[in-house]
Design a protein around this ligand. Structure first.
Ligand code: HEM
Length: 129
């Protein structure tokens, strides 16, 4: 995990809370219009947005509010209730890639973040589709 490195320092401190709130807003706006993904998520996405923002802030070096409220992330386990195959993973990643790219990051930091999401998204696959 690279939340602190020589090139970017603490990513959360560099970008600030608002950047994470905005990227997740854009991401879930895209999920809302995606039939393949929308059926996996709850009707009301308010909590989904909130959990995701807190998780990412924690992951990228910010306050640990996510784990204080929800415990250890255990992302693979938390995704077990949802059938995630390659198609779902790829649809999810497409929206996240666009949401990140719309966030105007410095190129290397953008690549670092996309690499993380690519790996983590593959890790949530739990069914052969
Ligand atoms: C980089 C990859 C991913 C990360 C970091 C991530 C992160 C998260 C987090 C933090 C939560 C909330 C867990 C909680 O309740 O505390 C969540 C929930 C969820 N994720 Fe993911 N996820 C990833 C990939 C995926 C993929 C590929 C799918 C399926 C297409 C998916 C579908 C869902 C669904 C359906 C929920 C439950 C709805 C909700 O409570 O938000 N996730 N994810």
């Amino acid at each position: 995990m690279v939340t602190n490195n020589v090139r970017f320092g603490n990513v959360y401190e560099t970008l600030g809370k608002d950047w994470f709130v905005a990227v997740i807003d854009r991401f879930y706006d895209k999920v809302e219009t995606d039939d393949l993904l929308r059926r996996l998520y709850p009707q009301d996405l308010t909590e989904s947005r909130d959990h995701m923002v807190k998780f990412l802030i924690q992951f990228w070096g910010g306050p640990t509010t996510y784990s204080d409220e929800r415990g250890h992330p255990r992302l693979r386990m938390r995704h077990m209730p949802f059938e995630i195959g390659q198609a779902e993973r790829d649809a999810w990643m497409k929206h996240m890639r666009e949401a990140v790219q719309e966030g105007n990051l410095q190129a290397e930091l953008e690549q670092q973040m996309l690499d993380y999401f690519e790996r983590a998204a593959t890790h949530t696959i739990n069914t052969a589709s």
